[in-house]
Design a protein around this ligand. Structure first.
Ligand code: SAM
Length: 282
């Protein structure tokens, strides 16, 4: 684990599998848009995926963009290499902490920088530096797409299981100086850094047909892993046994609510913005 690593969840094989399954649900929730339609794919030659985890988003993007006629460069960064793929193929991976400036070889290199799910890793005060570091590695006119599942999902009214998750996550993240309103923070800092065309979008899984079951399964996995883990880590319970019993009780309640037709939505937040072509405005 790196010295500055503030990420509060595990990185074992089970967690890697959970991230890969979750990736499919997130892509479907966004209407099968790995990249927001406002970003011109035909201009993309180099892509950085920060907090890449298992690299699943980057591998999928490479599959969707690659053509024999065009050479493209793909680089995944993460504060830990624990979940990097064993066979990286043509994708580069490096260990790097987003809150620290990137090595100079990456400055001005990328047409697109993607970030996903850092809500449990960044302190509120880290976002400004994170955006500045991203800006430095983007080409002038390059695009940022940052995605989060944050307080917006868990504050959706009418779902008692989401309310309990909100209570637990908000308590646990706030205790560590983190920001549960991650996408709002990214939006604010991206605009403050002078990016143009900044938008904060919300994709609601309830708008996609046939996604209920996968979203329900994802939430069960969240309850059994992140919820149980955070209950214990933030000392809301005393032992791992109690945490896992509480998680099982909540998972049971979740199953009961879903069986009664009260299946909670997933809301994927996405912030997009463009680094200006001319440096004077940044
Ligand atoms: C929830 S996982 C998301 C992985 C991937 N983006 C995805 O959506 O599947 C969060 C990742 O952020 C990484 N991470 C945490 N803090 C970081 C930091 N300061 N800089 C770069 N990566 C970080 C963790 O190691 C972990 O792989």
């Amino acid at each position: 684990m790196a010295a500055q690593d503030k990420y509060c969840f595990e990185r074992d094989k089970k967690e890697s599998e959970r991230l890969d399954v979750q990736h499919r649900v997130l892509v479907r929730t966004s209407g099968d848009t790995l990249i927001h339609p406002s970003i011109p794919v035909e201009d993309i030659r180099s892509v950085a995926d920060i907090a890449t985890g298992t690299g699943i988003w980057l591998r999928d993007l490479k599959k969707s963009l690659d053509t024999p006629q065009v050479d493209r460069y793909y680089h995944g960064f993460d504060i830990s290499s624990e979940q990097f793929p064993e066979n990286p193929g043509a994708i580069q991976y490096s260990v790097h902490d987003l809150t620290v400036p990137f090595p100079q070889e990456h400055w001005g290199r990328y047409d697109l920088v993607h970030v996903r799910l850092l809500v449990a890793a960044l302190e509120e005060s880290d976002y400004k530096a994170a955006i500045a570091n991203i800006s430095r590695i983007l080409k002038p006119g390059g695009h940022l797409q940052w995605e989060e599942i944050d307080a917006v999902t868990y504050l959706t009214k009418g779902y008692p299981v989401l309310s309990e998750l909100y209570r637990c996550f908000d308590y646990g993240l706030t205790a560590e100086g983190k920001c549960f309103q991650a996408s709002a923070k990214v939006y604010e800092e991206t605009r403050a850094a002078g990016f143009v065309g900044v938008e904060r979008l919300c994709y609601d899984s309830h708008k996609i047909p046939d996604l209920h079951h996968d979203v329900e399964e994802r939430l069960t996995a969240i309850i059994r892993t992140l919820y149980a883990f955070l209950l214990l880590r933030s000392k809301q319970v005393d032992t791992a046994e109690v945490a896992s019993q509480e998680a099982e009780n909540l998972a049971e309640e979740h199953r009961r609510q879903c069986a009664e037709g009260n299946s909670p939505p997933l809301k994927l937040m996405r912030v997009v913005g463009q680094k200006p072509l001319y440096p004077s405005s940044l």
